[in-house]
Design a binder for this molecule. Structure first.
Ligand code: ATP
Length: 372
């Protein structure tokens, strides 16, 4: 067992993470980056039995595929803990790659990360932990917090203390079963704390640069390069709202709502993509961005509260980095809701997630539907 280095000046955050001492055997998802290796190191140095697990997601270079697996193995060697690799490429292909291609072909812009977290990462990790390693706990280096509400018996999802790193938006689709088994050791830390702790533990990943983009983008160079690998070019017209042809495109999958750059239209004033029409293979543009007062959302997952029977007020994010905006969430049939924004919103993009919060608590989220 490695010697536990003391934090030189324990911060309140460092004290908080010590609360986890009732845990025993924890499977930590290791991508090869600084966050997950620090999460593993923290739990290991708290005395838990930690097992590293790297999911092999796809062929090719990049984080979690080649360098990532090696860096994760090095971390496990440094911590003197076992390292498992789970080949999950087929699941990733079906649930993420095929899902993305289908969405882009249909003129929507799917959000792969929340789907990936639920169906590729947390689900299979917990299954592997339970079935192969007799462990009932998984941990990742995500920045988010989980709180058990004794009154309702629900596992609530909260934003990370470090608001700039908060990843709760991508975790809205986790089930209660997954949340109950999950630990986020970094949720109460600032990113600077993580780097500092990584340096104190002398982790080889301590100074590794942040991943900048979606893993698929990193390993293919760009989203367009990734899509072009699978989807044939399908030329069509770029038109304005009156139907006037302004230019040509090579496939609607190259565009997303709100896009301004790369339209190839010479005009004194900029154009924005306001709609993608897969039936007529057209990209529709306008000088002003598309705005919407309301939007419907499907496949809703209620997280911190059970599904309400009456409308509730919440702060909604329609993209990862969008500013939360005040709205009313109106439950519809099954797992659909209607969101009525207090103020019209720009660039609501079908396929992306709408996620709603009250204060720091993530109440629920779902997938934005195309306009009727
Ligand atoms: N291929 C993988 N195998 C196992 N766990 C993974 C994998 N990819 C990501 N994770 C887990 O999900 C967390 C968040 O992943 P994300 O892709 O957002 O990376 P990140 O924030 O850059 O973290 P890191 O610095 O650990 O790479 C990681 O910290 C890790 O615990």
């Amino acid at each position: 067992m490695n010697v536990l280095p003391e934090f030189s000046s324990p911060t309140p955050a460092a004290n908080k993470i010590k609360k986890l001492n009732y845990m025993k055997k924890i499977v930590v998802g290791l991508s090869g980056g600084v966050d997950s290796s620090t999460a593993a190191a923290i739990l290991h140095h708290q005395g838990h039995e930690v097992i590293g697990l790297t999911l092999w997601l796809m062929k090719g270079k990049g984080q979690c595929c080649s360098e990532g697996i090696i860096d994760a193995a090095n971390t496990c060697e440094q911590l003197d803990i076992p390292h498992h690799i789970l080949d999950i490429r087929q699941t990733f292909q079906t649930n993420i790659v095929d899902h993305l291609l289908k969405g882009y072909s249909a003129g929507i812009t799917p959000l792969p990360c929340s789907q990936c977290n639920k169906t590729v990462k947390f689900g299979p990790m917990l299954q592997y932990a339970r079935e192969k390693l007799q462990s009932h706990h998984i941990a990742t280096g995500h920045y988010a917090q989980i709180n058990y509400d004794e009154e309702t018996g629900r596992h609530q999802l909260l934003r990370a203390i470090d608001r700039n790193k908060d990843q709760s938006y991508f975790l809205y689709d986790l089930s209660q079963d997954l949340l109950a088994a999950t630990i986020f050791p970094l949720g109460q830390l600032q990113k600077t704390d993580t780097r500092r702790i990584a340096s104190q533990y002398k982790l080889k990943t301590a100074h590794k640069p942040e991943s900048q983009d979606l893993c698929l983008v990193e390993s293919n160079g760009s989203m367009q390069a990734f899509l072009d690998k699978y989807l044939p070019l399908n030329p069509g017209d770029i038109v304005d709202t009156t139907g006037k042809i302004l230019g040509q495109h090579n496939g609607i999958h190259h565009y997303t709502i709100g896009q301004r750059k790369g339209l190839g239209i010479a005009a004194p004033e900029p154009f924005y993509v306001i709609e993608l029409d897969p039936i007529n293979n057209k990209v529709i543009v306008d000088h002003s961005k598309a705005t919407q007062k309301e939007s419907t959302v499907n496949s809703v997952n209620w997280v911190s509260i059970p599904q309400p029977s009456i409308p509730i007020k919440a702060e909604v994010q329609t993209r990862y980095r969008s500013t939360p905006t005040s709205a009313t969430i109106i439950p519809l049939e099954n797992t659909r809701v209607k969101i009525v924004f207090d103020q019209p919103q720009q660039n609501i993009t079908p396929g992306q997630a709408a996620v709603w919060y009250q204060d720091e608590k993530l109440l629920g989220g779902g997938i934005i539907e195309p306009k009727p």
